[in-house]
Design a protein around this ligand. Structure first.
Ligand code: BT5
Length: 254
């Protein structure tokens, strides 16, 4: 390659692979708190204490993908949180690659469902650095080979929908990391509306009734779509609009 050649589009940050970790997000946090800024992808074949949102657990069996992008941003925290939609779109692209276009749908805020069942979970954590910037840990768990049976909501794995073997985690991460760069680049150059449009095209449940379990109460209404910052616009039965910024939503019991 000639010297001074521009960086190849789609080149992703380096990947550091472990055989086992407690949690790739926990490892990213430890590194961030020790001053590391990334960007780096951290992956582990097995997680012994994988975590979901709000203190919940995430199971990662061998053959599945657990990966976290540790990176640093100058964006304010509320805006940086939009990275979870970038992650969901990248995971949807990975699902499209493995299962064919359209097999995966996105459920607010950032689950990836395959035939209505959860196949991918995303956990974004962040913290302030001494220099005032923000570190972000964007954790993505993909059920490539196995789905747990003992979970509250139905889960599935890519393998359940493929005639051939699912990709190895390392191969899947290469596809995911490239897709992530493409969407992150779109977010940077075109802003959140491009991400919101991509997400909405692939979303499930928009226009449908749903129940939103918020940290301190539960509300029901019709999910109208994404607000300009990523909040879910929920039209309540009395006609009022509620912006959901955190919580879990359930459509038709799923
Ligand atoms: C999530 O939380 O969906 C976020 C999961 C993020 C996992 C990645 S793996 C790499 C990185 N390192 C980590 O430690 N975490 C990230 P939430 O929406 O709270 O869903 C958690 C719930 O999903 C649990 O309470 C279970 O009911 C269910 N669950 C657990 N493991 C699952 C799996 N493998 N597949 C589907 N559902 C699962």
């Amino acid at each position: 390659m000639p010297s001074g050649w521009p960086e190849r589009l789609g080149v992703h940050p380096p990947i550091e692979a472990y055989d086992a970790l407690d949690s790739t997000n926990a490892e990213a946090r430890r590194r961030a708190e020790a001053g590391e800024g990334g960007p780096v992808w951290i992956t582990a074949a097995v997680q012994t204490a994988g975590r979901g949102r709000r203190g919940r657990a995430w199971s990662t069996q061998r053959g599945n993908l657990a990966a976290t992008l540790l990176t640093t941003t100058d964006r304010p925290a509320a805006e940086a949180a939009q990275m979870s939609f970038v992650a969901a779109l990248a995971a949807c692209d990975l699902a499209d690659t493995c299962l064919g276009p359209g097999a995966a749908r996105l459920k607010w805020p950032n689950d990836v469902l395959v035939h209505g069942r959860k196949a991918v979970g995303i956990l974004v954590e962040s913290g302030a650095r001494p220099d005032g910037r923000l570190w972000l840990a964007v954790g993505i768990g993909v059920n490539l080979a196995h789905a747990p049976q003992d979970v509250e909501r139905p889960a599935t794995a890519f393998a359940d929908h493929m005639a051939i073997r699912p990709p190895e985690p390392a191969a899947a991460l290469a596809v995911l990391a490239d897709a992530f760069e493409r969407w992150r680049n779109a977010w940077t150059t075109q802003g959140f509306p491009t991400i919101a449009a991509g997400w909405s095209d692939r979303a499930t449940g928009l226009g449908q009734r749903c129940e939103a379990r918020l940290p301190n109460r539960t509300v029901t209404g019709v999910a109208e779509g994404l607000d300009s910052d990523g909040a879910l616009r929920l039209r309540l039965d009395d006609g009022a609009l509620e912006r959901i910024t955190a919580g879990d939503v359930f459509f038709g019991g799923a």
